[in-house]
Design a protein around this ligand. Structure first.
Ligand code: DX5
Ligand code: ZN
Length: 216
């Protein structure tokens, strides 16, 4: 399977969001990544159900929602109704992670768990078989255009080994500071899916950059 590219809408031009989504529809990107932030779990506020619902109406790509919010289990039905296909909650916000994952799957969405840079991959060992995706944050969550944390390579290799030695079919996703300079090394370390924000939306030709990242 070739690697997956999930452009992060966070750094798109919101004054022209319709055209940004149409551009991504024409691209070889695989998913649309939505960063939902509540100003509590992370020091930033972004968007919710209304924008996701409107983008879903024109997007031909699956919606991948990254929930950087406390008590995500309270909002799962609403995200499903808004059109989300894949939902990722943070390990650090879910004291009842197993039941939250079961609920996501019972609503017909793919279930993912994200871990912050300081959270060891070992905490996921017992939930791995239930997951469709593990998101290893490669920056501290909250903002786009941050510098990639090099220590992430060690965690990614550990995660790859854990998944390959288990019955889990989970994909490994990374998010934060990904670009043409590190994508190949990350893929060689075991990453399946790349969230990319600034590298795409700050480039002169975002469509071309999305395709270039897909074909690296
Ligand atoms: C950060 C978000 C990321 C971010 C990635 O908390 O989860 O999805 O938008 O953006 P870049 O690729 O610019 O680091
Ligand atoms: Zn994200």
């Amino acid at each position: 399977m070739s690697h997956l590219i999930a452009p992060s809408i966070l750094t798109a031009n919101f004054l022209d969001l319709g055209n940004e989504v149409e551009m991504l529809n024409k691209s070889q990107a695989d998913w649309l990544h939505f960063d939902v932030m509540d100003g509590v779990f992370v020091p930033n506020l972004t968007f919710g159900f209304h924008i996701i619902r409107q983008v879903k109406e024109i997007s031909i790509k699956p919606i991948d929602a990254h929930l950087m919010i406390v008590e995500p289990e309270r909002h799962l039905e609403a995200f499903r109704e808004a059109g989300v296909d894949k939902i990722t909650v943070h390990y650090e916000t879910c004291p009842h992670l197993h039941s939250t994952i079961q609920k996501i799957k019972s609503l017909g969405m793919d279930a993912g768990v994200a871990i912050n840079p300081h959270t060891p991959v070992a905490v996921l060992e017992d939930i791995l078989p239930d997951l469709d995706l593990v998101l290893n944050m490669t920056v501290n969550p909250g903002f786009g255009a941050q510098k990639f944390i090099e220590h992430s390579y060690i965690k990614i290799r550990q995660l790859r080994e854990m998944i390959d030695n288990s019955s889990s079919k989970a994909l490994i996703q990374v998010d934060g500071g990904v670009g043409t300079d590190n994508l190949i090394d990350l893929r060689d370390a075991g990453v399946d899916c790349f969230v990319v924000g600034n590298t795409i939306f700050a480039s002169d030709n975002p469509l071309e950059m999305a395709n270039r990242l897909k074909n690296l």
